[in-house]
Write a protein that binds this ligand. Sequence first.
Ligand SMILES: Cc1cc2nc3c(=O)[nH]c(=O)nc-3n(C[C@H](O)[C@H](O)[C@H](O)COP(=O)(O)OP(=O)(O)OC[C@H]3O[C@@H](n4cnc5c(N)ncnc54)[C@H](O)[C@@H]3O)c2cc1C
Length: 388
Amino acid sequence: MDFNLSEEQLAFQGAARAFAAGEMTPHAAEWDEKKIFPKDVIAKAGEMGFCGLYSPEDVGGMGLSRVDSSIILEELAAGCTSTAAYISIHNMATWMTATWGTDAVKETWCGDLVTGQKLASYCLTEPGAGSDAGSLRTSAKKDGDSYIINGSKMFISGAGETDLLVVMVRTGTVDSGPKGISAFAIPSDTDGINYGKNEDKMGWNSQPTRAISFENARVSADHLLGVEGEGFKIAMKGLDGGRINIASCSIGAAQACINHTQAYMKERSQFGKPLAAFQALQFKLADMVTELVAARTMVHLAAFKLDENDADKTTYCAMAKRFATDIGFDVCNNAIQLHGGYGYIREYPIERFQRDARVHQILEGTNEIMRLVTARRILEDGATDAIR
Ligand SMILES: Cc1cc2nc3c(=O)[nH]c(=O)nc-3n(C[C@H](O)[C@H](O)[C@H](O)COP(=O)(O)OP(=O)(O)OC[C@H]3O[C@@H](n4cnc5c(N)ncnc54)[C@H](O)[C@@H]3O)c2cc1C
């Protein structure tokens, strides 16, 4: 693993940084305040290839590595963390469709998904099945050459505004556990699908979050992703990358906060000196940067493990997600402190980065579940040699 970015990676980083500065940063506060889901800007991101980052080239994706994708998502998140986080989920759902979709599904959907003309949601969580996703109850019953879907999903990002739903449902018996779960790509306007209200949230206001209900929604059998009973594995494979993505968004938010703080500490004077002259504040900034560099390095390591299809990729992705989203939130929070009262008011972007980064500790598996995944592996014999 090379710790220096290659020429190509520097070019991706530069392009994403310029896109974020031009298309996202100037509007992020308004999107947050007015709850605007900027589909036009997401489509422009799609023109740059950012909606199909690691989807394969044969469906029109960029076919990038997860390390490259992380570098790009970090830059987008420094522009608008909430919008970048939606783009990251779209990338996950698009990759799942491109990887496990039938030829018919890929032909119908992938071209528009990778360009951001059509958008996707990832639908796993249910009202009664959050951390314990393997207990989900939304059912799919075979009926001729289609399936009939009944049940409900909770907290679905983009729902109501997206075109394709990647939905995990139970095709097995009620007590069949994760092995009775299958994944489907379902057009969002299918009869029998209804959407709840856009939830009022602490952050992530530039993307809607809604519950979805399915009442006898009929989906053609060729919309099954992979084979029956493989849906939970597919969902978890999607989440390995999703966790890298969301961790990258936390790093982008935190880096933006550090950039603002570094400048602010030189501008703002108290007691006749710039804040930057106070050693206590220098030390706080030094710790913020140190921890962020450690978090970024760990995310790149986990992304590299995923690219290499390492046997312990899932554990590394869980550790990196836990670490980077906790550090990302703490860095944003410390940036508020270093801005004093100005950090708390909306005229400055710091509080928005902190509000947006908070949910990264909760979704795509809470950070408690990330610890559970890590501990389960590390307690196996020989694991301490494999994970170090
Ligand atoms: C803004 C937002 C967007 C979201 N987007 C999506 C989406 O697009 N698609 C999707 O499928 N889901 C989405 N989610 C759902 C998210 O993934 C879940 O909220 C999350 O997995 C936690 O589930 P829960 O809310 O039911 O909490 P619970 O599972 O009820 O957990 C409550 C608390 O208990 C802890 N806990 C639970 N079990 C254990 C255990 N065994 N050991 C230790 N601690 C435990 C949890 O860590 C948490 O702290 C989103 C959520 C939010 C808030």
